[in-house]
Design a protein around this ligand. Structure first.
Ligand SMILES: [Zn+2]
Length: 473
């Protein structure tokens, strides 16, 4: 295995030169011209035959995968379980150092970009073939779990290590990545400091630098403090073949269906907003029931309407009234103002639009009946993401080849892959979340389920990194 410990050159000419040099080294050292011999021995841990790609099946080293998961879980570990590894905290710095070293040990060329995304690259045998990128995030929620994000990064690392173990070269380069601040819990406004969003051009590095945490610490300063403000531009700089991300499901659907693998076909459409009713504050003892203009009574009807609308629109729609604010919020006063929030999610944009429209129509009816004024604010709208058929097919084939039970589903939460889907073909693999819990120390995925999902990721990655991977197996 040829190794490279330098930062990846950012200049294109340099890059081409370096690739040529790499090819020369390969030819000299290994006698390899362009690709491996077409028949590679089949051993217990992998089956890989370049002349018949339908047989690609990569099995990782299970013990090492578990060891690596446990190693990362000791960084930012909480007493009694779980993780405190919030973005750009000292613990995040420490886990990045650990990951950085592991990538160098695996022979990857490491580069760090200006918003702290950390990449490791393993060259392919085809000159100028676009890379296949694998990754997720190592930051956690405060009091979070040890699998959310970490499993995807560790599985990407183990994919590279296993290919190294068996001397498997891919046609396309493989890159692995740890994205900065996926959780969006520390720096506000939320989302602007997401490394994957910056990388695909959804926001500028300057937007990220100026976000601040609750203590007034700027993202840019926190990034410098942990030593991860890199030199590389936070942008692809070249075309990418595909992006794959393994993540825990964070919901109960796989466990309920007794399946191993979630073949994720997309990410739901979301609409969040709030409705405020404005009535009249009056003494609750001396004001007769008739003629009251009670803002909270109107808001209460919205709470049940949100649930009813979601139920009527179909089994894929969810609707939540997550919060209510009441003014003056006194036991002895008829409420003057009440603000209730809505959150609708569904795989389809049009269903989410329908849910929102039905709710606003109902708000108008309720306001008239109760004799109150009303207004609404849209707080966020994200649109459905459809993952590429090529990636979905590749993940499905990998699941079948391993003999695992897979089910297609649409992810209910945003991920780094949501941003990457705007840039290149993208896909996601979900691993079973026991009890469907996440963002808490009780978050749990069995090692067996971690292993199975990681095998699917590795197999799909090699499939996509093989020229003419669109050929069906
Ligand atoms: Zn995550």
């Amino acid at each position: 295995m040829w190794t490279e410990h330098q930062n990846f050159p950012t200049n294109d000419t340099q890059r081409v030169k370096r690739r040529r040099r790499l090819m020369d080294i390969r030819r000299t050292v290994f006698g390899i011209h362009k690709r491996l011999p077409t028949s590679v021995p089949v051993c217990e841990t992998f089956i890989y035959n370049l002349s018949s790609r339908e047989r690609v099946k990569i099995k990782l080293n299970e013990d090492r995968l578990v060891d690596t998961m446990q190693a990362q879980a000791t960084i930012g570990q909480r007493e009694g379980g779980g993780l405190d590894r919030v973005a750009l905290s000292p613990a995040d710095g420490e886990v990045r150092d650990w990951f950085h070293e592991a990538m160098l040990d695996a022979g990857l060329a490491v580069r760090i970009d200006e918003v702290g995304n950390v990449f490791g690259r393993r060259e392919g045998t085809e000159l100028d073939a676009p890379p296949v990128l694998l990754g997720s995030h190592l930051d956690s929620q405060p009091n979070g779990g040890i699998y959310d994000g970490s499993l995807g990064v560790v599985a990407a690392l183990e994919t590279v290590r296993t290919l190294n173990d068996h001397g498997i070269e891919t046609d396309h380069p493989l890159e692995i990545v740890n994205w900065t601040d996926e959780e969006g819990t520390r720096f506000q406004p939320a989302g602007h400091a997401s490394g994957s969003s910056v990388w695909v051009g959804e926001c500028e590095p300057a937007d990220a630098y100026t976000t601040v945490d609750s203590e007034g610490v700027r993202f840019g300063d926190a990034l410098e403090r942990i030593g991860y403000r890199g030199n590389a531009t936070a942008a692809p700089g070249e075309p990418y073949e595909a992006y794959l991300e393994l993540h825990i499901e964070q919901g109960p659907r796989l466990a309920d269906a007794e399946k191993d693998i979630g073949i994720v076909t997309g990410i739901v459409s979301r609409s969040w907003g709030s409705i405020t009713f404005i009535g009249e504050a009056e003494h609750s003892g001396t004001t007769p029931m008739e003629g009251r203009r009670d803002a909270l009574v109107a808001a209460a009807e919205m709470v049940t309407a949100i649930r009813r609308i979601a139920a009527e629109l179909g089994e894929n729609t969810v609707g939540t009234a997550g919060s209510i604010e009441v003014v003056p919020n006194s036991i002895n006063v008829v409420p003057e103002r009440a603000t209730v929030t809505w959150g609708f999610r569904d795989p389809s944009d049009s269903t989410v639009d329908t849910a929102r429209a039905q709710l606003l129509a109902e708000a108008a009816t309720v306001a008239e009946r109760e004799g109150v004024e009303w207004e609404y604010t849209d707080r966020m709208r994200t649109y459905q993401v459809d993952f590429s058929n090529r990636c979905i097919d590749s993940i499905r084939r990998a699941t079948e080849r391993h003999g695992y039970g897979g089910v297609e589903l649409v992810g209910g939460a945003g991920h780094d892959a949501t941003s990457l889907a705007k840039l290149c073909d993208a896909g996601m693999v979900f691993a079973v979340s026991e009890n469907g819990k996440s963002h808490c120390p009780e978050e749990y995925t069995t090692w067996e389920h971690c292993y199975r999902a990681a095998n699917v990721l590795a197999t799909a990655a090699v499939d996509l990194a093989t020229v003419d991977s669109s050929r069906d197996g």
